[in-house]
Design a protein around this ligand. Structure first.
Ligand SMILES: C[S@@+](CC[C@H](N)C(=O)[O-])C[C@H]1O[C@@H](n2cnc3c(N)ncnc32)[C@H](O)[C@@H]1O
Length: 350
């Protein structure tokens, strides 16, 4: 019996198996019903107990466990993420409102395409000073440093596993960019005053997949306005639902709580209500099929590496947990051809 068969005999069915497809269809139908049920819901998040104008930037009680997912086994991330940048967010496979066709490109190219899209929308230019907030494994920072010879990047991230990777790879002297242009701050962004960052010195603050961890968007914006130069721009990329979906506002109210306690899926309209400390300029909805395709590729790569991961790095329970995670996330994005649940880009100016 090979490993996949062994796991199947314990009820853990691999990528592409008939059993897993049935499971994913059940999940998909559940989300499809939820999206129809809440279509055109006119309420706000605060009507369901989540107020994006109050409290701490991210909740103190859940802060460490809400990022503990990023400190799981490094070899697992290496196995399924794109090889070059280890981006742990949606890759851009070219699906937009006008076109529902996924481009036949690699995950590696899709992650580069996302970076290009963000750079264009944030109007990033060589010579600027950039903050990569919630930088993960440092993919965007690396892309910027490699692409622009005079850009400087300050990356912020509390995760031990991710910052260790950055120290080993991005700060490696063999890289073809000058290390003095890169600074890593291992910290939560919440206590911005205590971080070693100069006020008013940045042209751009970019966050990718970070706003899901933020509870008080108003306070976040206030702190970002302290960092930016006058006229500076801030762009956030995060998962959003088109309608206000009560069960998704707090991860603990959904199956996602197992993976991201304390996290939130904001309705697309919510970040746009924040126009006090920074001026809201523009938003874009990025079709969810881009994330579905990314997750599907991650899921496939995870199973392609299963002989290496199990049992050396993962217990049987952990294999099951990761397997469910990929299926669950895919099922959220696929209903309604990705038009109900996707990513938002939100641009602000100081
Ligand atoms: C979904 S990952 C995205 C990582 C990266 N931007 C990417 O695209 O691959 C979210 C990141 O936000 C970081 N994060 C979460 N809460 C944070 C906080 N309060 N301050 C700073 N970073 C935080 C996590 O450690 C993680 O690296």
């Amino acid at each position: 019996m090979n490993i996949t068969q062994q796991l199947a005999s314990c009820g853990i069915h691999g990528y592409g198996s008939a059993e897993l497809k049935v499971f994913e269809k059940h999940l998909e139908r559940y989300f499809d019903r939820e999206y129809k049920r809440w279509k055109d819901n006119q309420n706000f998040a605060e009507d369901y107990g989540l107020n994006s104008f109050e409290g701490d930037i991210s909740k103190k009680e859940t802060r460490p466990i809400s990022v503990s997912h990023y400190d799981e086994e490094y070899q697992v991330y290496r196995a399924f993420l794109d090889r070059e940048y280890l981006a742990y967010t949606m890759g851009y496979f070219g699906v937009d409102q006008a076109q529902h066709q996924l481009e036949d490109i690699s995950l590696e190219q899709a992650q580069i395409n996302k970076y290009k899209l963000l750079i264009e929308r944030a109007d990033i230019q060589d010579g600027q000073s950039i903050v990569d907030l919630g930088c993960g494994f440092g993919g965007l920072s690396k892309y910027l440093l490699e692409t622009y010879p005079n850009i400087t990047v300050t990356a912020i991230n509390p995760s031990d596993v991710q910052t260790k990777h950055i120290r080993n790879e991005l700060m490696n002297p063999e890289n073809n960019f000058d290390r003095s242009r890169f600074r890593l701050i291992q910290a939560y962004f919440n206590e911005v005053e205590s971080l070693d960052i100069e006020a008013g010195s940045f042209d751009r603050v970019i966050s990718v997949g970070f706003l899901e961890h933020v509870s008080n968007i108003d306070l976040l914006q206030k702190n970002l306005s302290l960092l930016l130069k006058p006229g500076g721009l801030s762009l956030h990329h995060c998962i959003v639902s088109i309608d206000v979906l009560p069960a998704f506002l707090n991860a603990e109210d959904s199956l996602m709580g197992e993976y991201y306690p304390g996290a939130h899926i904001w309705p697309f309209s919510e970040p746009q209500r924040h126009n006090t400390h920074l001026t809201f300029k523009k938003s874009w909805f990025v079709n969810g099929m881009n994330y579905w395709k990314t997750l599907d590729e991650w899921h496939k790569r995870f199973w392609d590496s299963i002989d290496r991961l199990y049992p050396q790095y993962l217990s049987i329970e952990e294999v099951e947990s990761w397997n469910k995670y990929f299926s669950l996330c895919k099922a959220m994005f696929i209903p309604n051809n990705g038009e109900s649940y996707g990513n938002g880009h939100f641009l602000y100016q100081k």
